[in-house]
Design a protein around this ligand. Sequence first.
Ligand SMILES: Cc1cc2nc3c(=O)[nH]c(=O)nc-3n(C[C@H](O)[C@H](O)[C@H](O)COP(=O)(O)OP(=O)(O)OC[C@H]3O[C@@H](n4cnc5c(N)ncnc54)[C@H](O)[C@@H]3O)c2cc1C
Ligand SMILES: *[C@@H]1O[C@H](CO)[C@@H](O)[C@H](O)[C@H]1NC(C)=O
Ligand SMILES: *[C@@H]1O[C@H](CO)[C@@H](O)[C@H](O)[C@H]1NC(C)=O
Ligand SMILES: *[C@@H]1O[C@H](CO)[C@@H](O)[C@H](O)[C@H]1NC(C)=O
Ligand SMILES: *[C@@H]1O[C@H](CO)[C@@H](O)[C@H](O)[C@H]1NC(C)=O
Ligand SMILES: *[C@@H]1O[C@H](CO)[C@@H](O)[C@H](O)[C@H]1NC(C)=O
Ligand SMILES: *[C@@H]1O[C@H](CO)[C@@H](O)[C@H](O)[C@H]1NC(C)=O
Length: 591
Amino acid sequence: MSRLAATIVWVLLHAVNAALVHREWNGSLYSCKCYLGDACWPGTVEWNRLNATVGGNLRLHVPPESVCHDTFDGPLGSLATYNETACQQVSANYANEEWTVEQDATLLWKYFTNHTCPPTIDPGSPCTLGYYGVIILDAHTKHHVKAGIDFARRHDLRLVVRNTGHDFIGRSTGWGSLIIRTQAMQGVKWIKSYKGPGRYRGRAVTLSAGIQGRDILTQAHAQQPPQALMTGECPTVGIVGGLIQGGGHGPWTTLKGMVADSVLSFEVITADGVIRTANERENPDLYWALKGGGPLTFGVVLSATVKTWDDLPAAGATLFINSTTVANEDVFWEGVRIFHKYANHLVDNGLYVYFEIFPQTLRVLPVVAIDKTKSELDAITAPILSELRESDVPFEYASNEYHNFYSLYTDLFEDEVLGGVSLTGGWMFSRKDVRENNDAIVDAFKVAISPREDLLYSGGMIGHLWNAGYNVPVPNSATHPRFRDASDFIISTLPVPANASLEVKADLQDVLTNTIDAALRKAGPHGCTYVNEADPYQPDWQTHFWGDFYPRLKEIKHKWDPHGLFWTISTPGSEDWVLIETETRLCKSQQ
Ligand SMILES: Cc1cc2nc3c(=O)[nH]c(=O)nc-3n(C[C@H](O)[C@H](O)[C@H](O)COP(=O)(O)OP(=O)(O)OC[C@H]3O[C@@H](n4cnc5c(N)ncnc54)[C@H](O)[C@@H]3O)c2cc1C
Ligand SMILES: *[C@@H]1O[C@H](CO)[C@@H](O)[C@H](O)[C@H]1NC(C)=O
Ligand SMILES: *[C@@H]1O[C@H](CO)[C@@H](O)[C@H](O)[C@H]1NC(C)=O
Ligand SMILES: *[C@@H]1O[C@H](CO)[C@@H](O)[C@H](O)[C@H]1NC(C)=O
Ligand SMILES: *[C@@H]1O[C@H](CO)[C@@H](O)[C@H](O)[C@H]1NC(C)=O
Ligand SMILES: *[C@@H]1O[C@H](CO)[C@@H](O)[C@H](O)[C@H]1NC(C)=O
Ligand SMILES: *[C@@H]1O[C@H](CO)[C@@H](O)[C@H](O)[C@H]1NC(C)=O
């Protein structure tokens, strides 16, 4: 198209979205969201009015790490921030997930914040916002959330929702954005017998947007009789936000399916600002799509009502093969090969297993066997251990029995250590892949650990053995159907130096996409991957995240959010927009 024709098309489209801002970048024309400095950016009067509507809960975002720096050079100017005592507190808490969740906008994983204000002992070093949002709306009620949505829509602002900040790939942050923080929304309502649409009449609980895993498991344990429900394995990950909207897997997945499968009904605000119910009877398309169709894609979920059930006895085990016991690398990998060969055996017996592979370390912690005794669990793991012994692979194994899953959970699941700057990818190996291709899968693991000559022993993996289809009748959720024949979902990680240049970042991203994850994908041709724990830049992410469901999800996105109020990378309909000017402005391309 000629430049003139492109300009005319741009003008026409611009007339429809009057507030979008015209930018030219790298020789192309774009219509962008409204950012600070643009004429369309709301004035003080409008911000003050919003602030009054949300009970004074609007704050300029000043990163907590700024107390280690003389000044925070924010978009509204420079602020003196240094405070030695406060800096010591921030540094001491920087790897702590609970502290991090409590902050206004801080993410657990720093790479997609651009890491431009780290804690430091050099107060003279700069502190800027990077890819963090500008203004925080700390929502305490659904009306606060609605006020934020209406304000962002009216002014074409980049809108981000941040619940716990767990997202690995930066979906809970965005340059220049208004951030609605949902962490303060902590309401819980227990239901003895669900009376909503559908056949389910069992126990349930309605969870507000800010509820986190361990907190709700603890509250559930205090019910009579003690209840259990689907959460992630991580104690502080949210439930109603990214976890359910991405699909979600956890320790009960082999027995009960994806976390999203357990949702009976949502309360959600769509882009038009209307508070709606989504369940089998009302807005069933939205109900389906919110269960795994992508975080912050179809609306902002205020609460979800999910199934609960009586907790059950459980047994747990740990298995270590690592450098303290295995000097020889081939012996180590033989141990990994034997362990992984039994992935199908473990899930086919109803188990869930969390493990980590780092250079010379296989750390299986824990193996979860719900509704099984220690001796039943030991019988299931026995063939693995005897094969390790036959192959002279040193290992350490221990198992234990618990009154209920809750006691196992509090005993065996660990808090995470945060603060890392790294890229994350990931791939799911189906039962067929493990059955037919286990040796090739383990060869791909070796690539993930040492992807290139200059990156020997730099990668790592976190694995999860579960099969969301083991015990689950065909579920009505938007999660990839291939998860119903899963065996191992692997997360790959590749650290990035904190001060990496754009060139170094691009190179490492290329290694993740085209070396590490390419090897995993090739070894698992019947697999897929998980929108929350995967490389957003992988080719064909639409099919890898949702398979044949993708076109329907994109239609539902366009129906409920026709103007793209909600946007997160590599989710349905996100192709309509692009981040220009080095991953900052969110724009529609007009060629
Ligand atoms: C240590 C750790 C352990 C994890 N363990 C598991 C696990 O066991 N199983 C698993 O499936 N995943 C796990 N994850 C991944 C997790 O599911 C994702 O990080 C998920 O996005 C977190 O959701 P959140 O709402 O807590 O976090 P956030 O980072 O706050 O939000 C994530 C995404 O959800 C959107 N969002 C948040 N709240 C809402 C809302 N109310 N309405 C609409 N959109 C919303 C945000 O805009 C963002 O796009 C883990 C992650 C970490 C860091
Ligand atoms: C700028 O445009 C050129 C030509 O279309 C393209 O090759 C290049 O990748 C673009 N640069 C960026 C940073 O997108
Ligand atoms: C919002 O109002 C509160 C209470 O009046 C005030 O402390 C806060 O600074 C205001 N926020 C902004 C961004 O003006
Ligand atoms: C510095 O931080 C400490 C700890 O957070 C706080 O108690 C103190 O008031 C702060 N000092 C100033 C001058 O803000
Ligand atoms: C992000 O970091 C890169 C360096 O890796 C830098 O070039 C760029 O200016 C930073 N952008 C922002 C908004 O912080
Ligand atoms: C290595 O294995 C031993 C048990 O043999 C365990 O105590 C230790 O924590 C493991 N080390 C790592 C780094 O996982
Ligand atoms: C990045 O940090 C490393 C040490 O962590 C240092 O050796 C290197 O010089 C730094 N590079 C830049 C460009 O600042």
